[in-house]
Design a protein. Sequence first.
Length: 144
Amino acid sequence: MTFFSKNDTILVKRLELWASEYVRIGAQIKSITRTLAQQGIIVDALPPRVSRTDSFEVGKMKERIALLCRHRENILKGLDNFGAQVIDKTTMEILLPGGPLEGSWLSWQPGEPCISWWRMSTDPRTAERRMLSSAAKHARPVIH
């Protein structure tokens, strides 16, 4: 059941793009980190710092990870500027203000064709994810 207009479809497409890019970047970071680990270099903090003792190749890989980390942070800042927040970086569940009850959040996850779930605001991370009812058609994302 679709609750939103054509413009909301554009919102879902944008959320899909952000979420897939965030996951893609995470996979790249993991791949480079794994390559470094195979060389005996453990990256214990993100972004990693380039050391004077690092070889040219290792320094370039660490710089690439740092660039990817900045790009990933920019995605999160973009979502935040949009009024949204990622509450689960594994599922990439994104909350948008504007649920059916005052202070509640709309909830969306990659692969969902529309925004049709919500969570209570007291603690949206632990609150049950509920499907919007047809009576909640007025619940719309609040775009800042």
